[in-house]
Design a protein around this ligand. Structure first.
Ligand code: IFM
Length: 462
């Protein structure tokens, strides 16, 4: 196994964790009163998810959580980030609360605490109750209100035992992949609908922070998948394309959350789609920009951006992601099984640039996801020698340490993911886990990356 001198060293108290999300691992999709979510609908629609995969069974974590917590304990993590399935708690999105749903998470939290692991709960990792989508989903403000009610219920039950709370995971994916690109549930392809969804997600975040504070939680934050957008060339056109990409991926979230304003580049990015903004109300910016205890950041790769013409073949269809830029493959870099380039330095650069932009307004950061999908192979002896994933984790933790050394206040790191799981529209074909899951038998096999991460955590305590 890798020698300890190769391990980056983090300050005392730095939190090491692992992350998962409800729909990706739980299964038990129709058990104990859980209602349908938009991902049940989406994955059961023929042709939308690779191989026709669904989250019906997933990793069967709903039944096997004690085994998964034992894996976490053996790994030696300080914290486990999981998400709560809203349709388990409020099956119809509003109205009666399902006690069996609350019981499941209470049992999971107790199991974690008994193992000496701090729970970190995400309230929304994309499984919106279908009943709310039927009433407009995140396009309508009502969904933000229902989200606050659900948050109050969950926090009322778990605030005493869960110290760290994340309102939303990657709202960019919910708003833009879900309502513009159509590659995530609910699979819509819209312009203003997606921009309204982005705003209502932020309003929902603000209302949820209020509910979390009222319940007395120790730490409240949000997780963003911020991107490091690099121009394909030095041309003025490509640099302007980077501004549009930055606005859509980053500034639409960070400006209201951290600077109390909407991005000044939104008109050049969305043109007439953003004019009028009838979904915005007085007071929204103050609600959205409430102080946070931490900012969660998920980082995987940089994006190389080039200027591009409108891509929609139908000129009448103007989606919110048709922003006249295209992603270009980065030459010379290794690419993961997602075809994502591996560029650890851009992780450092992203964090340093964020600090430079927001200064003291930037709360302490937790890296709430980082990891890679690789073409894992099982050796004849049953082991998984995932050398590429080990290298990815080592190099990204080293890059993270460089950001700390440059003065960025990062307090924790969660590897994505504890388990191989349902990778959304890619189904089970993409494996991000440090533990392999055999989906026929549900057997868990720790990969070399699990052993490496375990040794790295242990080395911090030497
Ligand atoms: O699997 C996802 C996760 O649900 C959200 N962040 C990115 C991961 C890898 O694509």
């Amino acid at each position: 196994m890798t020698e300890s001198r190769a391990f980056p060293r983090f300050p005392a108290g730095f939190v090491f964790g692992a992350a998962t999300a409800s729909y990706q691992i739980e299964g038990a999709a129709r058990e104990d009163g859980r209602g349908p979510s938009i991902w049940d609908t989406y994955s059961h629609t023929p042709g939308l998810v690779a191989n026709g995969d669904t989250g019906d069974i997933a990793c069967d974590h709903y039944h096997r959580y004690p085994e998964d917590v034992a894996l976490l304990r053996e790994l030696g993590v300080d914290s486990y980030r999981f998400s709560i399935a809203w349709p388990r708690i409020v099956p119809d999105g509003s109205g009666p609360v399902n006690p069996k749903g609350l019981d499941f998470y209470a049992r999971l939290v107790d199991e974690l605490l008994a193992a000496g692991i701090e729970p970190a709960a995400t309230l929304y990792h994309w499984d919106l109750p279908q009943a709310l989508e039927d009433r407009g989903g995140w396009r309508v403000r009502e969904t933000a209100e229902r989200f606050a009610e659900y948050t109050a219920v969950v926090a009322g039950h778990l605030a005493d035992r869960v110290p760290r709370w994340i309102t939303l995971n990657e709202p960019w994916c919910s708003a833009f992949l879900g309502y513009s690109v159509g590659r995530h549930a609910p699979g819509a392809r819209e312009g203003r609908g997606a921009l309204a969804a982005a705003h209502h997600l932020l309003v929902g975040h603000g209302r949820a922070v209020e509910a979390l504070r009222a319940a007395g939680v120790r730490e409240a934050g949000i997780t963003l998948n911020l991107d490091r957008n690099l121009p394909a060339t030095g041309s003025a056109a490509d640099r302007a394309a980077v501004v549009r990409a930055d606005t859509q991926h980053n500034l639409v979230w960070t400006e209201p959350l951290l600077a109390g304003r909407y991005p000044h580049t939104e008109e050049e990015t969305w043109g007439e789609l953003i004019t009028g903004q009838d979904f915005r109300r007085d007071g929204d910016l103050a609600l959205i920009g409430q102080p946070l205890d931490f900012l969660g950041i998920n980082y995987y790769r940089p994006i190389v951006v080039a200027d591009a013409p409108h891509r929609e073949p139908d000129p009448a269809l103007r989606t919110a992601t048709d922003n006249r830029y295209a992603e270009v493959r980065l030459a010379g870099a290794r690419h993961t099984a997602m075809d994502w380039p591996v560029v650890p330095d851009s992780f450092t650069d992203l964090l340093v640039a964020l600090k430079e932009r927001y200064g003291d307004a930037l709360p302490p950061i937790h890296i709430t996801e980082n990891g890679s999908a690789e073409h894992d192979e099982v050796s004849p002896d049953g082991a998984v020698h995932d050398r590429d994933r080990v290298a990815y984790l080592r190099d990204h933790l080293t890059a993270l340490k460089a950001a700390l050394d440059a003065g960025v206040d990062v307090r924790g790191y969660y590897v994505w993911s504890l388990l191989d799981n349902f990778e959304w529209a890619f189904g089970y074909g993409k494996r991000f886990g440090i533990v392999r899951v055999d989906y026929d038998t549900q057997r868990r096999t720790p990969k070399d990356s699990y052993h490496w991460y375990r040794a790295m955590i242990a080395a911090q305590r030497d």
